[in-house]
Design a protein around this ligand. Structure first.
Ligand code: PMP
Length: 292
C-alpha cells in the first residue's frame, strides 16, 4: 500500500512556537540544515495517546543540538508541552513523533554563526517499522560496507541528520540485495548497530550480548531492554563483539523506538531462531510502553 506523501498530509505541525496548517510548513531552499547537515531530530512513539519516555527524548534532542553548537530558543519543558499539544491536536493514539531542529537560511556558507535555529514537531498515526509478518518471523540483515565513523570524526552520540547518510546508503544496498536492513560495523570492525536500531545477541546459555555504544547511539530502547533483562535475571554482557562470533550466537534482535524489539532471523549466511527469551523481552517491552 502506497502511503500518502508526507507533504500532502492534513492537520497541523508545531513550527517555531505555533501549530501551522500541515502543507503550509515550508523551509527555504537555502537552509543551512539542508545543505550542510545542520540538523538534529528525535523519534518518539505514542502508545495509547501518551509519548513514551518523552522527557528522555527531549533531553537527547537538546544534547544533540548542543553538540552541533545550536542554542534552541525554547527550554525542554516548552518542547515537552509542544510535543503533547501536537499529539492531542492531531488526535494521534498510536503513532510517531518527529521533533526536528535545524539552522535556517540567514547565512549560506560553512560558517553559520548567525543562522536562526528553527524547531518543528510533526506527529502521525503509525504502526510497525518493519513488516509485521517479518517482525514475527525475524528480519534478514546483510553486513554493510559502510562503517560507523570513529568518535573523533563526527558527534557520534547524537541523532544528527549527517550520521544517517551512511544509514540510507546501507539500507538501500540491503534492500537491493533482498535483505530488510543492514548490520553496520564500527571503524575498528566490531559489530555496532543496524541502520536505525541497536543490536543484541543471545548465546547458547541464554545470556545476552550487546556492543558497547562508544561510537554509535546508546538507544533509549536499548537501555530499557537492558533493565528488563536484568530484572529477569538474564545475564547481559556489554562488550566488543567481532563479526567472527556470529556463527556462535543462537538468537539476535534489534531494539529502537521505531523497531521496538524486532527479532533477526539471519545476518548474511548466519541463521538465528526467534526463541522464547526474545519473545518474552518483546512482550515485557510492550507492557512497559503501555503502562500508565
Ligand atoms: N541507532 C540509530 C542509528 C537510531 O537511529 C536509533 C533510533 N533512534 C537507535 C539506534 C535506537 O535508539 P532509540 O532506542 O533511542 O530509539
Amino acid at each position: 500500500m502506497e502511503s500518502i506523501p508526507f507533504d500532502k498530509r492534513t492537520g497541523e505541525i508545531w513550527f517555531n512556537g505555533k501549530a501551522i496548517n500541515w502543507p503550509d510548513v515550508k523551509i527555504h531552499i537555502l537552509s543551512h540544515g539542508l545543505h550542510y547537515a545542520s540538523c538534529v531530530f528525535e523519534g518518539e512513539r505514542v502508545y495509547d495517546g501518551e509519548i513514551f519516555k518523552l522527557e528522555e527524548h527531549t533531553k537527547r534532542l537538546f544534547y544533540s543540538a548542543s553538540r552541533l553548537g545550536f542554542k534552541i530558543p525554547y527550554n525542554q519543558e516548552d518542547i515537552n508541552i509542544a510535543c503533547k499539544k501536537i499529539v492531542d491536536l492531531q488526535k494521534v493514539k498510536n503513532g510517531y513523533v518527529r521533533p526536528v531542529v535545524w539552522r535556517g537560511s540567514e547565512m549560506m556558507a560553512i560558517s553559520a554563526q548567525r543562522a536562526k535555529i528553527h524547531v518543528a514537531i510533526a506527529t502521525w498515526e503509525w504502526g510497525s517499522y518493519f513488516d509485521p509478518n517479518l517482525k514475527l518471523k525475524g528480519i534478514r540483515l546483510n553486513i554493510s560496507k559502510w562503517r560507523r565513523p570513529a568518535p573523533n570524526t563526527i558527534p557520534w552520540d547524537t541523532k544528527a541528520s549527517g550520521l544517517y547518510m551512511i544509514c540510507t546508503l546501507s539500507k538501500h544496498e540491503a534492500e537491493k540485495e533482498g535483505f530488510t536492513d543492514s548490520l553496520m560495523l564500527d571503524y575498528q570492525d566490531n559489530i555496532a548497530e543496524a541502520t536505525g536500531a541497536n543490536i543484541f545477541f543471545k548465546d547458547d546459555k541464554g545470556q545476552l550480548h550487546t556492543p558497547i555504544p562508544d561510537s554509535f547511539l546508546d538507544g533509549i530502547t536499548r537501555r530499557s531492554i537492558i533493565e528488563i533483562a536484568k530484572s529477569k535475571n538474564i545475564k547481559i554482557f556489554e562488550r566488543k563483539i567481532k563479526p567472527e562470533e556470529l556463527s556462535k550466537f543462537k538468537g539476535c534482535f534489534l531494539t529502537g523506538t521505531a523497531a521496538e524489539v524486532t527479532p533477526v532471523s539471519q545476518i548474511n549466511k548466519y541463521k538465528f531462531v526467534v526463541c522464547d527469551v526474545i519473545e518474552d523481552l518483546s512482550e515485557s517491552y510492550q507492557s512497559l510502553v503501555r503502562k500508565k
